[in-house]
Write a new protein. Structure first.
Length: 184
C-alpha cells in the first residue's frame, strides 16, 4: 500500500473517532471563521458534506440565507460540475447532488473536501482527481475545509492543484499570497 493510501486510511479512522461535543464545537468554530473570512464574496462552489467530513450544511444554509449564490458539485463521468443550489438527489458515492442545469461562469470561492493537507497546500482527497481536474482551469479562490488534525506532512504530486488556504477550527493557514482576499 502506498504512503498516500496509508495516510488516507489513517485520516479516515481519525475523522471517524472525532465525534460528539468536540466535533460539534469544531464545526461551530469552522462555521464562524468561514462566515467572517468570506463575507465579502458573493458566489461559492461548496461540497455537500457527508459522513465524517467537516460540516458544510450549516455553511450552505447561512450563505443561502445571506442571499449568496451557492453551487454544489455533481459528478458527470470523470468530472464534477457546479450546479446551482436547490433540489438534490442521491448521486455518485451516495452523496446528495444537485439536479438542474450546470453553471459555466466563474465562481469566486471554491470549498474543497480533503483527507489531508500539507504545509504547501497540497491536498489528499479521495483519489478520484475530480477537484484537481475542476480546478485546473478554474479562476477561483481555492479553500480547503477540514479539521486541524488533517494537517500532515507528505509529498504532493505534480498533478496536484495546491490550495490557496486551509480553514479549520484553529483558524486559517495560507499557502498563496491571498491574505488580503479574506477577512481576518
Amino acid at each position: 500500500m502506498s504512503d498516500k493510501c496509508q495516510l488516507r486510511e489513517k485520516l479516515k479512522i481519525k475523522r471517524r473517532y472525532f465525534q460528539g461535543v468536540r466535533r460539534e464545537i469544531a464545526d461551530a468554530e469552522i462555521l464562524n471563521c468561514f462566515l467572517k473570512a468570506f463575507s465579502a464574496y458573493d458566489s461559492f462552489f461548496i461540497y455537500n458534506s457527508f459522513g465524517t467530513e467537516a460540516d458544510t450544511q450549516n455553511i450552505i444554509r447561512e450563505l443561502v440565507k445571506a442571499g449568496k449564490k451557492v453551487y454544489l458539485p455533481r459528478v458527470e463521468g470523470d468530472n464534477i460540475t457546479a450546479v446551482p443550489y436547490g433540489d438534490t438527489e442521491t448521486g455518485a458515492f451516495g452523496i446528495r447532488e444537485p439536479v438542474g442545469q450546470a453553471f459555466t461562469g466563474e465562481i469566486q470561492v471554491t470549498v474543497i473536501p480533503l483527507l489531508a493537507v500539507n504545509l504547501s497546500g497540497a491536498r489528499i482527497g479521495y483519489g478520484k482527481g475530480y477537484y484537481d481536474r475542476y480546478l485546473k482551469n478554474a479562476r477561483t479562490l481555492k479553500v480547503g475545509l477540514g479539521y486541524g488534525f488533517q494537517q500532515e506532512e507528505f509529498e504532493g504530486e505534480a498533478h496536484d492543484i495546491p490550495l490557496d488556504l486551509f480553514l479549520c477550527e484553529k483558524g486559517i493557514s495560507f499557502y498563496a499570497d491571498v491574505r488580503g482576499a479574506v477577512e481576518l
